[in-house]
Design a protein around this ligand. Structure first.
Ligand code: TXA
Ligand code: MG
Length: 340
């Protein structure tokens, strides 16, 4: 299959993407978080093509993307008041709400669960494409399963060229890590995946929010997890990663003392001078977690074009969007984490 690269400066590209989606094809779509691999969420056969293109385990459910809030009532069995409050505060934006699903959601989307994740993205191209398709769009991140997520159209082409119908090029994603996944399907709100909306922001609206264990530590294969995606090794470059958490200056000292000559380094801007002979990808200053979020996946992907044999990565603390950056890095490291 030839994968079309569509440039959305013309109305035509949006219409073309919408037509392909309505016809049951898979299209790469920019969102403010990461690029998504979209298909008609109401068409099980179209959704199966996403799993095939990604090589994704079928027990891992997909998020359904909508362009207007009211679509949520067609896709869910009930919308609690807390969901309306969250949506009022943070939609359109980088947050997914898990709710009991409506009967129209195919099993392929919910992976056999009785819930569905819904997201109203803020990216104008994402919303224009959803409207053009005329249906809600199921979309996981547009990477091969297990690889770092994609934050540019070039990343999507790297993983998906020849496997999907088209990619809409919307430039680099402005958030850079995936949406926050919060479940309102149980008795207490529960954070399943940290993302563009911070835990503190959720608590400001919801009060108490439980934090899933899988966010900060490795979960064994035999343990039931709330977000099936959290149990897989994820975001991993080819070379093994070690994440170094704690005071950034002490972390830089630790890496400096332990790296081998062929190591790559992911570090905060101010520490790049410590590693003059290594391949280094900086991800922003240590106090700028938003910049780190935008840079992290590109940095993780970039080493696959080099011969580095190990990667050392400085990891931010858990405040704000730092919780999401730290979670992605720890997962990329298979939870091989050093605390300094
Ligand atoms: O920002 C994002 O969320 C991006 C863009 C494209 O919107 N999408 C994304 O999708 O990151 P994906 O499939 O890569 O990650 C979705 C995560 C997975 O960990 C999955 O297990 C979880 O959300 N998830 C989806 N539906 C769920 C459900 N009904 N219950 C629990 N977890 C769910
Ligand atoms: Mg993903």
């Amino acid at each position: 299959m030839k994968t079309l690269l569509l440039h959305p400066d013309t109305e035509d590209a949006i219409a073309q993407a919408g037509t392909l989606l309505a016809a049951g094809q898979v299209v790469g779509i920019p969102t403010e978080t990461v690029y998504g691999l979209g298909a008609n969420a109401l068409d099980g056969a179209a959704v199966r093509k996403i799993f095939a293109a990604k090589g994704r385990p079928i027990d891992n459910p997909l998020i359904v993307h909508i362009a207007d809030f009211d679509q949520i009532y067609d896709l869910t069995a009930c919308v609690p008041e807390a969901a309306v409050h969250l949506a009022t505060a943070y939609w359109p934006g980088p947050m997914t709400i898990i709710l009991p699903k409506a009967a129209c959601i195919p099993d392929e989307v919910s992976a056999g669960l009785d819930t569905v994740g819904i997201r109203l993205p803020s990216h104008p191209i994402a919303r224009a494409v959803i409207r053009a398709a005329g249906v809600p769009i199921a979309a996981p991140s547009a990477n091969l399963s297990g690889r770092p997520s994609t934050t540019t159209a070039a990343h999507v082409m790297e993983d998906m060229e020849g496997k999907i119908a088209a990619v809409v090029d919307g430039g680099a994603c402005t958030v850079g890590v995936e949406s926050t996944v919060v479940s309102l399907a149980g008795d207490t709100p529960r954070l399943l995946r940290p993302g563009g909306i911070s835990l503190e922001q959720l608590e400001a609206v919801l009060g108490t929010v439980e934090v899933d264990r899988a966010i900060r530590q490795q979960i064994g294969d035999d343990v039931q997890v709330s977000a099936p995606g959290m149990k897989y090794r994820h975001y991993a470059p080819h070379a093994p990663v070690t994440a170094v958490c704690g005071d950034p200056a002490r972390g830089a000292d630790y890496i400096h003392a332990h790296l081998n000559p062929n190591a790559g380094v992911i570090c905060f801007d101010e520490f790049a001078v410590r590693f003059p002979t290594q391949i280094v990808h900086t991800i922003g200053r240590s106090d700028d977690a938003a910049a780190q979020a935008r840079a992290i996946f590109d940095a993780l992907r970039a080493f696959d074009h080099t011969a580095v044999t190990e990667i050392w990565a400085q990891c931010p603390d858990d405040s704000g969007i730092g919780l999401a950056v730290a979670n992605r890095l720890k997962k990329a490291a298979g939870f091989h984490v050093i605390e300094v």
